[in-house]
Design a protein. Structure first.
Length: 95
């Protein structure tokens, strides 16, 4: 994971998309849980809608997991480039 810290963020995101797809298809028990929850919470959604959302859940999970690499191990400069203090941005834009 430490080596991922210096990789360009678009590459990390792309790997997250691939890993999310592998997890969606490879971990049937988790996919079943997600699909069941979506069916119960959104009964009016079509099967296709639930599948699209479920796939995206796995992608977001994988991307968030990969984000830990650069959040924990990247240089302060990389962190400054990638992170934004939303409170400061809001305060600065209101003046």
């Amino acid at each position: 994971m430490r080596s991922i810290a210096g990789w360009p963020l678009p590459l990390v995101r792309a790997i997250g998309v691939l890993l999310g797809g592998v997890l969606y298809w490879g971990v049937a028990s988790r996919r079943h849980v997600v699909m069941t929850n979506l069916r119960l919470c959104f009964p009016s959604w079509s099967l296709g809608q639930r599948q699209r959302v479920a796939k995206q859940v796995f992608v977001y999970f994988a991307q968030a997991w990969l984000d830990r690499a650069w959040l924990w191990h990247a240089s302060p400069e990389v962190l400054r480039q990638r992170l934004q203090d939303r409170k400061s941005t809001r305060l600065n834009s209101s003046h």
